[in-house]
Design a protein around this ligand. Structure first.
Ligand SMILES: [Mg+2]
Length: 217
């Protein structure tokens, strides 16, 4: 059980937590390869192979991996980020429980987003929920870090002038949303929507509504 009154800030991961990953996957794994295929007049399959190989060569430990503009430039694709996003706007969805929980909690706590997605991905996907958030932190855009490290969470608490113990974070990645924030004393919960087996004993939630029970609402 969490202390309802001790908690001041509730932080949410975005991909897989507030929104499904369909949109982001479509942009990277459908959009870019199909534009590449068109430009070079090759099959989608061939383009997919080339593009994903290039992604892997850079790898998720380098900041460029996260910057869509870097890839548009690298592959010389004549499209803007916005045009590419709009191609897949039908895939943008917010989880039902997220909408409910965010609206309910926004009058009671300071809500923030702590994501490693690039800011533009966040704005585009969370548009209807943005008014409920006090602040959006992007590890890659704001702090130039590729992953949400304990330093990232430390900086977030410092900027918001709260103690880690006064903060809750919820997200679906064991290391970046659970173990790292826990290291500095944040009350982190692992969101496990599909009830995957986890090798460790963790404080997990099946859905976001469970946080309301833990806060005793
Ligand atoms: Mg996530």
């Amino acid at each position: 059980m969490l202390s309802k009154t001790r908690i001041k800030v509730i932080s949410f991961d975005m991909d897989g937590t507030l929104v499904p990953t369909d949109f982001v996957n479509a942009v990277w794994l459908e959009g870019i390869p199909s534009l590449y295929a068109k430009k070079h007049k090759i099959s989608f399959e061939k383009a997919y192979e080339i593009v994903t190989k290039a992604y892997n060569e850079v790898g998720e430990h380098r900041i460029e991996w996260y910057y869509l503009d870097y890839w548009l430039k690298k592959f010389d694709l004549k499209i803007t980020k916005k045009e590419l996003f709009n191609m897949y706007k039908d895939k943008v969805k917010i989880y039902k429980d997220a909408e409910h929980v965010i609206k309910f909690l926004s009058n009671r706590y300071t809500l923030i987003v702590s994501s490693n997605a690039e800011k533009d991905f966040i704005w585009f996907q969370l548009k209807p929920l943005l008014p409920y958030f006090h602040h959006v932190f992007s590890a890659t855009s704001d702090l130039k870090e590729v992953k949400k490290s304990q330093e990232f969470y430390g900086k977030v608490c410092e900027l918001l002038k709260v103690e880690p113990e006064e903060t809750v974070h919820i997200g679906d990645h064991l290391v970046f949303d659970y173990l790292n924030p826990r290291k500095i004393g944040i009350n982190a919960f692992l969101l496990n929507r599909n009830q995957h087996k986890i090798g460790l004993k963790v404080n997990s939630l099946k859905n976001l509504k469970e946080i309301l029970d833990l806060l005793n609402f």
